[in-house]
Design a protein around this ligand. Structure first.
Ligand SMILES: Nc1ncnc2c1ncn2[C@@H]1O[C@H](COP(=O)(O)OP(=O)(O)O)[C@@H](O)[C@H]1O
Ligand SMILES: [Mg+2]
Length: 642
């Protein structure tokens, strides 16, 4: 772009900004309101509107998560959060419910919203996003007022009923001491002439959005919250003169918008008294000798569980506790959603190295399993799969474990375990250890093991984590790999699977109904091929007397589906799909031989090997290095007996 073009870009933007903003007197403002009463809003309402303006949907019936994860509930999905937060629908709904009640002036409008959860569960990021939703939105306030008060507060008490009637707006609150001083000194009490301006929210410019980091006891100064007296002006003006006030504390800045209290309970309790009056009375102390100042802002705080427990256990904190609505922000326990977190974090970084297939899944399996509570009902891998909405097949049947029962018995699940940051660190270090600018499942597993050994101090946890990594995850990874390799190398895998399925279904129907099968090609009638059925059933451990039941179950299931007009294919019934796939996989053993004997491959085998690498790259997302690595790994760990 040329210099001129840049300049015109800048000027255009500036012009737009200028023309759009309102600036006038209080009378002009009143006129504006009568045209558009919607511009007057409480902070809670403004925030709620800003967040919902992006759209709200109800989870679709066709979304399998509705029934499998959310127990059929009509969970709301807020578009604003959708592309940045995963598996947090319940948490977000609770936050939105709080804001909605608060926006209707319910008791919530006098409460602090506290997000409580383990490190790395997304509390800070969530709050950051909530604050950001206001950026660019505008609000109207008294000109020259550091508290940026609502102009309607100029209306004297005895006139408010009239105005409320006229405008349909309830007026609640008073102007700040500085605005009052201006009103009397500069406008001679004629509030109709008081200037009103329109301003946009901006955290960086400290307009309507304030953030308070935790402070240690020594540096703790309540001025950070409520402003202070300007000492240099104290010899110029008397002590109670509003001109000595510097209303630049967080509760001054965040008036009309949001005040965020980061890791709130790291502060001394005295520090938090402002929070009590701000909620209870909607007023905050003024520095010096002035009266309390009206405050209207959303207060959002966050903390971890141990801080919360410590705080809660002290009965002197009751007054504040009474002012808190706590929303728990647990870790994600749904594998597919956990994976999306790492995809998001990586996509936002400069990272552009190769990530081999399954790498993030393996990492996520670890974090999710580390967070699960032990149960008698099933093993930890099964529990993870059920929490992910998957059907788990065992002994030829879909395992009937209710996700609700699992959740009910697991008190505080999601509040402990491995954090997102722990995983990200392991991914980063796997990457820096890699000589080939790539990360693979194996590298991540290694890096996680190392990190657990170095950093997990609690011995019991460490043992569990190592078992998950070294045993559960490794075994599961091999299974995933075996399946993938089979699919990649059995030519026309799907067709073969489908044809096995058709043949099996024909046979089992006839077997169950004691009729004969018509051969699909020769049209000859013959008896059901029991040996064939057995060879499939064996793959998932259905043998002996249980075969009859299995066959009639499948026949009934499939024909019920067909009657309902649903399409059926080899994936329709979980157990049969498993059986067919593992039947196909056993034929991979031929391939295994080619992979394993790298030294003695003849030309033909070399060609075949290269084709395999090609397929892994073209169709499965590997690169040359990771494809080689995965085949070597598979040949060393799978098909040992071939
Ligand atoms: N459920 C989630 N969805 C999307 N991102 C998440 C989720 N949980 C954690 N994260 C990400 O993990 C990182 C750490 O989160 P952060 O907000 O700093 O955690 P906390 O403040 O709870 O310690 C952030 O990059 C955040 O975006
Ligand atoms: Mg945080």
């Amino acid at each position: 772009m040329s210099k001129e073009k840049f300049l015109s870009l800048i000027k255009n933007q500036r012009k737009q900004k200028k023309t759009k903003r309102f600036s006038g007197t209080f009378i002009d403002y009143l006129e504006l309101i009568s045209e558009n009463p919607d511009i007057v809003k409480s902070s809670h309402k403004r925030l709620y509107d800003a967040l919902t303006s992006h759209g709200v949907e109800i989870i679709e019936d066709s979304d399998s998560r509705k029934n499998k994860i959310f127990d059929g509930d009509n969970v709301k999905i807020y578009t604003y959060f959708k592309s940045n937060f995963f598996g947090m629908e319940r948490v977000i709904s609770k936050i939105m419910r709080f804001l909605r009640s608060a926006s209707l002036k319910g008791e919530e409008s006098r409460q602090v919203l506290l997000l409580m959860g383990p490190v790395g569960a997304g509390k800070s990021d969530l709050t950051e996003n909530i604050k950001r939703s206001l950026e660019g939105e505008t609000f109207f306030h008294l000109g020259g007022d550091p508290q940026r008060g609502e102009p309607l507060h100029l209306i004297p008490r005895n006139l408010r009923d009239k105005f409320t009637e006229e405008l349909g707006i309830h007026i609640d609150g008073d102007i700040s001491p500085i605005a009052r001083f201006k009103l009397l000194e500069e406008y001679d009490g004629k509030y109709e002439n008081f200037p009103v301006v329109e301003t946009s929210f901006s955290q960086r410019a400290r307009r309507g959005i304030a953030s308070v980091p935790p402070m240690d006891a020594n540096s703790q100064d309540v001025g950070v919250l409520i402003g202070s007296e300007d000492i240099s002006k104290l010899d110029k003006y008397p002590e109670d003169d509003p001109r000595v006030l510097s209303l630049n504390g967080a509760f001054n800045v965040g008036n009309r918008g949001i005040v965020e209290l980061i890791e709130v309970f790291k502060n001394e309790i005295e520090f938090l008294h402002t929070v009590i009056t701000a909620t209870q009375e909607k007023r905050i102390p003024s520095p010096g000798k002035n009266d309390l100042i009206h405050f209207d802002g959303v207060i959002i705080a966050h903390c971890n569980e141990s801080e919360w427990n410590r705080f809660r256990s002290e009965h002197t904190n009751e007054a504040i506790l009474d002012r808190i609505v706590k929303v728990e922000v647990p870790y994600v326990l749904e594998l597919n959603q956990e994976m999306k977190i790492y995809e998001k974090i990586l996509s936002k970084s400069d990272f552009d190295d190769h990530i081999a297939p399954h790498t993030l899944k393996i990492a996520s399996m670890f974090s999710v399993m580390s967070r699960l509570k032990h149960t008698q009902k099933c093993d930890i891998l099964t529990k993870m799969k059920i929490y992910n909405g998957e059907d788990v097949i065992e002994k030829g049947r879909v395992k009937k474990i209710d996700i609700k029962d699992l959740r009910d018995e697991a008190y505080r699940e999601g509040m402990t375990g491995i954090s997102t940051r722990f995983i990200m660190k392991a991914i980063d270090s796997a990457l820096s250890d890699s000589e080939k600018s790539m990360i693979t499942p194996n590298a991540v597993i290694e890096s996680l093991i190392k990190q657990v050994k170095e950093q997990v101090i609690n011995e019991e946890d460490r043992d569990i984590y190592l078992e998950i990594l070294q045993k559960v995850i490794r075994e599961e990874y091999l299974k995933i790999l075996e399946n993938e390799i089979a699919k990649a190398f059995i030519t026309a895998y799907e067709e073969q699977a489908q044809s096995l399925f058709d043949t099996y279904l024909d046979n089992s129907e006839c077997y169950t109904n004691r009729t004969t099968v018509k051969d699909r090609i020769t049209r000859e009638e013959r008896h059901p091929d029991v040996d064939f059925m057995k060879s499939i059933e064996e793959c998932i451990g259905i043998v002996g007397s249980s075969t009859d039941g299995f066959r009639s179950d499948i026949t009934a299931y499939m024909f019920a589906k067909m009657r309902r007009g649903e399409k059926i294919d080899y994936k329709s019934y979980g157990p049969l799909k498993e059986a067919i796939e593992s039947y196909l996989i056993s034929s991979v053993k031929d391939i295994a031989r080619i992979v394993t004997r790298s030294k003695s491959r003849d030309d033909d085998q070399k060609k075949k090997y290269n084709e395999m690498i090609g397929t892994l790259i073209d169709e499965y997302g590997y690169n040359e290095d990771s494809a080689e690595e995965v085949l070597t790994y598979a040949s060393n760990n799978l098909w040992r007996d071939s």
